[in-house]
Design a binder for this molecule. Structure first.
Ligand SMILES: [Fe+2]
Ligand SMILES: [Fe+2]
Length: 260
């Protein structure tokens, strides 16, 4: 169908669809290597789209805490707002990536969420259960939240650098384009928290926080990702994360107001 239409939109779609690495074919069937490569990239993108979605949803609540904690600091608030908008944009790019291929992401859960697990290890509760009032009222808790976000973003920056060197990722032009956008955005995601911490005696990330980050990263790359890859029963999502979140908000309008 795309071959026969010559509008600019169809031209762009054709160009984009040509850019996805297709499994190479042998006797009319995709080769094993091609299918393995496609499977790996799909799992990688599924973990990313999950994390981007968790990122901007969590930042909604961080933003609420920032506005209450430092109401006069317009610069910091604007930086966090920009951070939230970037993460929303990253999510949308991955969603488009899957949509153009006519696939849904794999159904990965919070065990693949870097920020989910880091908050769990450092605050002792799930991110959705963080007590906003306590974070706003206690400087040490607010500083800790800033340090955790900073560590997560620095980790994300290094991860993207590594992925952009990967031959598997480089073979997928749309995915490479997405990672290049993330690479460009990433420094502006952790620097504001670092600057704020320096100005308010927030200190540098503690040893335990760094170790927790290292552990979460290591277990994700060396354990979680291979397990997902080898799981033959891993299913695809049946809806998009933001559609699901919108539906949940409609049914529970007071929940956001209650939590950080
Ligand atoms: Fe992101
Ligand atoms: Fe980021």
């Amino acid at each position: 169908m795309l071959e026969t239409l010559d509008t600019p939109v169809h031209h762009q779609l054709r160009e984009q669809s040509d850019a996805y690495p297709r499994p190479t074919f042998h006797n009319g069937r995709p080769t094993l290597l091609g299918r393995m490569r496609r499977h790996y990239l799909d799992i990688l993108a599924s973990i990313y789209i999950y994390n981007e979605h968790r990122g901007y949803r969590s930042l909604d609540r961080v933003l609420e805490a920032v506005r209450l904690r430092c109401p006069d600091d317009r610069t910091f608030t604007a930086q966090v707002e920009k951070h939230r908008a970037d993460e929303r944009k990253h999510y949308a790019m991955f969603r488009r990536y899957f949509e153009l291929r006519g696939e849904m992401p794999y159904a990965v859960d919070r065990t693949c969420g870097h920020i989910d697990r880091l908050i769990r290890m450092t605050f002792g509760c799930h991110i959705d259960d963080l007590d906003t009032d306590a974070v706003v009222a206690q400087p040490e808790l607010f500083n800790k939240l800033c340090r955790i976000i900073m560590i997560t973003e620095i980790r994300g920056m290094h991860m993207v650098d590594t992925l952009l060197q990967s031959l598997l990722v480089k073979a997928d032009r749309p995915l490479t384009k997405i990672f290049k956008v993330i690479e460009k955005d990433e420094p502006s995601h952790w620097m504001p928290y670092d600057a704020w911490l320096q100005c308010h005696d927030g200190g540098k990330p503690r040893l335990f926080e760094r170790l927790a980050d290292f552990w979460v990263h290591l277990s994700l790359v060396l354990v979680k990702l291979p397990l997902l890859y080898c799981n033959p029963r891993l299913s695809r999502r049946t809806n998009w994360q933001d559609d699901e979140a919108a539906a949940a908000n409609e049914s529970q309008p007071s929940r956001i107001a209650r939590t950080v």
